[in-house]
Design a binder for this molecule. Structure first.
Ligand SMILES: Nc1ncnc2c1ncn2[C@@H]1O[C@H](COP(=O)(O)OP(=O)(O)OP(=O)(O)O)[C@@H](O)[C@H]1O
Ligand SMILES: [Mg+2]
Length: 275
């Protein structure tokens, strides 16, 4: 239903070039590039304060960038508001999920986009479409009439991801989707991410968990101190290489000269990411 069942050729969905963002004196992002293709899971990793959330918020239309360009299917776009981003086809699942606990799964999925028939809510249609969406995602939710307050962390994450698909986006951004989950629930969410990829969506995954990243990502983009510091194909990546890029032990972004100038930062000072 809400998902395209056609298999699209890998096509560039998003292309970011030279993205910069300052908050007062803090340079959160400097000259960041990133591409996302259809049917690709791109993980963004980096230490605390590396700029991951800022980049996501720019793509979600929450913060305007100070500089750089965003192309979406080859056309330059300005994402001035969250509605702009959503209408364009960029869906974001923020870490707090923003679910309404007292409402059931159907109501959460369709919140703000309710289907109506002759001016009244079409509960039957919404319920049927909810079931078929969750089935397509192989999601394990006991009943779509359960209040989300009674669901497990993994099920809540699933509902939040399913909700993001209602608007038929081309890109889904997931901010730390497994951070609060146990082993089995994490596996379910990683499976769900694979379903999204199979559907031809571009998936941007923010995660501190390198095991998850290596399990599911096709490409891994490393940010360090607000700059690109590595873009690895998952097939070539190891956790050692990624950690070295995260901590700055290896330099994959700055030119040599810039790196020398920035030598006070050249030693790894960051806390080790979780594994
Ligand atoms: N709204 C804001 N106002 C001021 N500074 C901000 C704001 N948002 C982010 N920053 C700063 O920008 C930098 C990048 O922060 P960001 O939240 O993007 O990092 P992150 O990679 O998501 O970190 P974490 O892993 O801790 O979530 C940090 O120095 C942060 O303090
Ligand atoms: Mg963050």
């Amino acid at each position: 239903m809400t998902l395209s069942t056609s298999t699209r050729k890998p096509e560039q969905i998003l292309s970011l070039r030279g993205i910069g963002k300052k908050f007062g004196a803090v340079r959160a992002l400097t000259n960041v590039d990133m591409d996302v293709y259809a049917g690709e899971v791109v993980a963004i990793v980096g230490d605390n304060g590396a700029g991951k959330s800022t980049l996501v918020k720019i793509l979600a239309g929450v913060h305007p960038p100070d500089g750089g360009t965003i192309h979406f299917f080859g056309e330059e776009q300005t994402l001035a508001t969250p509605t702009d981003a959503r209408d364009l086809g960029i869906a974001t699942v923020f870490q707090d999920l923003a679910l309404s606990d007292s409402l059931d799964v159907v109501s959460n999925l369709w919140l703000g986009r309710e289907l109506t028939r002759s001016g009244v809510l079409d509960e039957v249609e919404m319920e049927q479409r909810s079931w078929s969406l969750l089935r397509e995602l192989n999601a394990r939710v006991p009943s779509v009439r359960t209040p989300v307050a009674s669901l497990s962390g993994g099920q809540r994450q699933t509902v939040a991801i399913a909700r993001s698909l209602i608007g038929q986006p081309s890109v889904v951004i997931l901010d730390e989707p497994t951070a609060a989950l146990g082993i089995a629930q994490t596996a379910e969410v990683l499976n769900l991410i694979e379903r999204l990829r199979e559907r031809g969506l571009g998936v941007i995954l923010i995660s501190h968990n390198l095991a998850d990243v290596l399990a599911v990502a096709d490409r891994i983009v490393v940010l360090r101190l607000g700059r690109n510091n590595g873009d690895f194909r998952a097939a070539d990546a190891t956790s050692e290489k990624i950690i070295a890029a995260i901590t700055g032990a290896t330099d994959h972004g700055m030119s040599r000269r810039a790196a020398e100038k920035a030598s006070p930062d050249a030693t790894p000072t960051s806390k080790e990411p979780e594994l």
